[in-house]
Design a protein around this ligand. Structure first.
Ligand SMILES: [Zn+2]
Ligand SMILES: [Zn+2]
Length: 260
């Protein structure tokens, strides 16, 4: 074993010991408001629990929007052909989940992504294909990645790989900076991201992979990435995102009227 590896292992053990001791002596705190953690996830308080943001189920297995039954694709997905065999999402966009993502992206705090990765990890654990999978993060443009200090999709992919016993394979790069997908000025989202991605040099594309991103809005980004991977020989492709924008949370079933 090289000296560098020995040092890295020693540093990791020291860090783990440190955080273990920290948990013994200090109460876990909410990453959003610093109140004592009291929710099911160790990084959030009861107020900022993510449970309320969980998707209304059943969802379509190909687009994660509400469906009549979870095993069958919705009418739109049944008509067209998605480039993947599954799209797994954990949360509706909003609430504490949105705050965590903004804190991570704008405040440059990658640790704020942990509770989100946890939520997505729980969803993925329901699928046998996620075990030992190759997780491919949707890339950021190099300039954006430099400014933020990390790519949130990469951080999520790392956490998921750890939970599922898989590996992160960074196969893609963003060759063109694109306008944000939520931008109302972006009339044609498909055109906005077309040819925005390419394979990295010397990328070895596995036969099956799971694309990872933080949010899926129009699916144009995921589809553009999927096309690149499929053309490169990835036959079995799936996708996992924390947020499915446009999908309702389960809590909408409990309306204010029902309370009074
Ligand atoms: Zn809180
Ligand atoms: Zn669908």
């Amino acid at each position: 074993m090289h000296l560098r590896e020995l040092l890295r292992d020693a540093a990791r053990s020291w860090r783990e010991l440190g955080s273990g001791l920290g948990e013994l002596f200090f109460e876990a705190r909410c990453v959003l408001c610093d109140a004592p953690s009291g929710s099911a996830t160790p990084w959030l308080c009861a107020v900022h629990d993510l449970e309320e943001q969980r998707l209304l189920r059943p969802t379509c297995p190909l687009c994660a929007l509400p469906a009549a039954e979870s095993a069958a694709p919705c009418s739109i997905c049944a008509e067209g052909s998605r480039p993947w065999t599954a799209l797994v999402a954990a949360l509706a966009y909003g609430g504490a989940g949105r705050e965590l993502l903004l804190q991570a992206k704008l405040g440059r705090r990658s640790a704020s992504l942990r509770p989100l990765a946890e939520e997505l990890g729980v969803e993925l654990a329901r699928h046998a294909w996620a075990r030992g999978a190759r997780f491919v993060p949707v890339p950021l443009h190099a300039a954006k990645r430099r400014a933020r200090g990390f790519n949130q999709a990469e951080v999520l992919a790392r956490e998921l790989a750890e939970r599922c016993g898989g590996r992160v394979v960074s196969l893609l790069r963003r060759v063109r900076a694109t306008a944000p997908q939520g931008d109302p000025l972006t009339r044609d989202r498909q055109a906005n991201v077309a040819r925005a991605f390419s394979l990295r040099r010397f990328a070895r594309v596995p036969a099956s992979a799971v694309l990872v991103d933080d949010t899926c809005t129009s699916m144009a980004t995921l589809e553009a990435c999927a096309q690149v991977l499929r053309r490169a020989g990835c036959r079995e492709l799936r996708a996992a995102v924390v947020f499915r924008a446009g999908a309702p949370a389960a809590r909408v079933l409990v309306s204010d009227d029902a309370v009074f």
